[in-house]
Write a protein that binds this ligand. Structure first.
Ligand code: SAM
Length: 295
């Protein structure tokens, strides 16, 4: 059996199936058994867990996850990989490979149909770089029944997601992900453990779903509009950035609203925590005409 956690094994398999790494699909195969083990142990798998994987590639993470879970459902976009995957996953009867695009998969329905299960499941993935952020936002905003994600992303994205207020990495992605999950930076992964070698290092992060968001907001879409507005022009003060975003509110009034929420209008968006963003959201929301409700 080819050892796909070693560079020689991956090269051998690629030769055998005449595979080329498709950069366009973010194909950087992980070739380090130690990192694979660390990813799997970070997911604290239990025997009856159902795991969804995005992008199994040649199956290195898939196999390791299947050894600790009831069922692994892996969604792979590149059908060219499927014959090689069939070989590397031989002997596992608890892995379902599904050909599809993670960007339009309804993961809850997939788990229901593949595992006949409607409870919470875990997501483990070495994500394709070209869709990392939209994919994470899609997983969160669709409120799929994912209790925990252990995902490998570019190191820079990992730092942005887990950043705290005040730093240059902190932005609307940090606020959005931390609103839905408790996000932890677990460990850095050097670019040397992939074939082909990417141009940047990676990191593994853990996102644990929150039972409820840490702050209360009158309307989530509106909250994210405020957050995007505040970070839209990073060098601007909150007063300038939010006055530009909500131009139906006068500058003077916006100043009052910020001060009324206990926020110095001269601060910048990157210094505000979730609680403060929620306060600003409530103040601005109350100021704007709301759509009429019909009983
Ligand atoms: N899991 C393997 C590993 O760690 O070696 C491969 C990881 S590689 C970074 C990303 C994988 O995602 C590739 O197999 C690629 O074909 C697949 N992929 C790319 N875009 C995808 C999409 N939209 N939906 C599902 N899989 C995708």
């Amino acid at each position: 059996m080819t050892d796909i956690s070693a560079p020689s094994g991956v090269k051998e398999l690629m030769g055998k199936y005449d595979l080329r790494c498709r950069k366009r699909l973010g194909q950087n195969f992980l070739v380090d058994a130690n990192i694979v083990n660390k990813i799997i142990s970070s997911a604290s798998l239990e025997r009856d867990d159902v795991v969804v994987e995005i992008g199994p590639g040649l199956g290195v993470i898939t196999r390791a996850a299947a050894s600790g879970a009831r069922l692994v459902v892996s969604v792979e976009l590149d059908r060219v990989l499927l014959p090689a995957l069939e070989e590397t996953l031989q002997g596992f009867d608890n892995i379902h490979i599904v050909a599809g695009d993670a960007m339009d998969t309804d993961f809850d329905s997939l788990v229901q149909s593949e595992a006949n299960y409607s409870g919470p499941y875990k997501l483990i993935a070495n994500l394709p770089y070209y869709i990392t952020t939209p994919l994470i936002m899609r997983l969160l905003l669709n409120r799929f029944n994912i209790s925990l994600c252990v995902i490998m992303v570019q190191n820079e994205v990992a730092e942005r997601i887990t950043a705290l207020p005040g730093g240059k990495e902190y932005g609307s992605l940090s606020v959005a992900v931390q609103y839905f999950t408790e996000a932890r930076y677990l460990f850095k992964v050097p670019r040397t453990v992939f074939i082909p070698r990417p141009e940047v290092d990676s990191a593994v992060i853990l996102l644990a779903r929150r039972e409820r968001p840490p702050v209360e907001v009158p309307d989530e879409d509106f909250f994210f509009r405020v957050v995007r507005g505040a970070f839209g022009q990073r060098r601007k003060t909150l007063l300038n950035a939010l006055s530009a975003t909500f131009d139906s509110i006068s500058r003077e009034r916006m100043k009052d609203l910020l001060q009324g929420s206990g926020i110095d209008p001269g601060r910048r968006g990157e210094t505000l925590g979730l609680e403060e963003f929620a306060g600003v959201t409530k103040a601005i929301y109350g100021e704007l005409p709301q759509p009429h409700c019909i009983e």
